[in-house]
Design a protein around this ligand. Sequence first.
Ligand code: FJE
Ligand code: FE
Length: 294
Amino acid sequence: MTATSTPLSRSITKSVLSREQSEGIGARVRRSIGRPELRNHDPFLMLDEFSVDKNGGFPDHPHRGFETVTYMLEGQFQHEDFAGHKGTIGPGDLQWMTAGRGIVHSEMPVKSQTRAHGLQLWINLPKEHKMCEPQYQELLDGQIPRATPQDGVVVKVIAGESHGVKSQVYTRTPTMYLDFKMDKNKTVTQTIPSTYTGFLYMLKGTAFIGDKEFEGKAHHTLIFSKDGATTVKIQTKDEDAHFVFIAGEPLKEPIEQYGPFVMNSSDEINETFDDYENYKNGFERARNWRSTIV
Ligand code: FJE
Ligand code: FE
């Protein structure tokens, strides 16, 4: 192999542990992408592993300019928005929300549950989709296809493709989102487009990534090298592992973020404040709306 040739597997260039911090009202999150060491992971803005008990949650708040993808691991979460869209998602279920030009919503755990635990990913939208109509794609656990590349390896295909199994989720920003459960002593190879950036977020156990077998443990984010390699080799040794594999096409557009608003320029952020405060350009229905879930 020469110095300029493309390696077979991506390797890991960075590993960062996410400790719990407070967020929303009485909620705890382990922030992966979006924490100081993991900013600007184009096209991803944030990944939070959230844990909310019956006293916490994320009451009425707006979004504009990106998508939020909520994937439940344990417990139940309810959602309501200013357009009358309402629903509950449980373990293994997915809500893929395109905020587009504007959403105001509430995200709260179901009170009878002891704990709601899941992941929320924020995916940036390309310039031409930032002001699109809001959209929801909701998938129950049973509607999400699985790939079984071998005994003891199950891949839930939330977005993109794995081992010939494709997701039906429509992604405006080309994205792969895979949930891997691997028994111990397994090796699997996942293909990835050469131009995608990506990472693993470890939920349980230990996995070894790439030819150098970089060791990744629970609550760590493992960033893939950007070397154009089109596979990621992943192994387990003496314990099972559970992790998500997230990758996407970088947008390479300027990012101006102010909390829940993500646009391309400070002028657009100022317009967004004006629209939100004056109930216009997508925020009309925010004027008299309050959520009914508490
Ligand atoms: C927030 C803006 C937000 N992490 N994980 C500002 F949109 C939020 C927010 C969330 C959130 C919601 C869920 Cl369901 C899961 C999350 C941030 O709603 F907390 C702040 N401070
Ligand atoms: Fe939200």
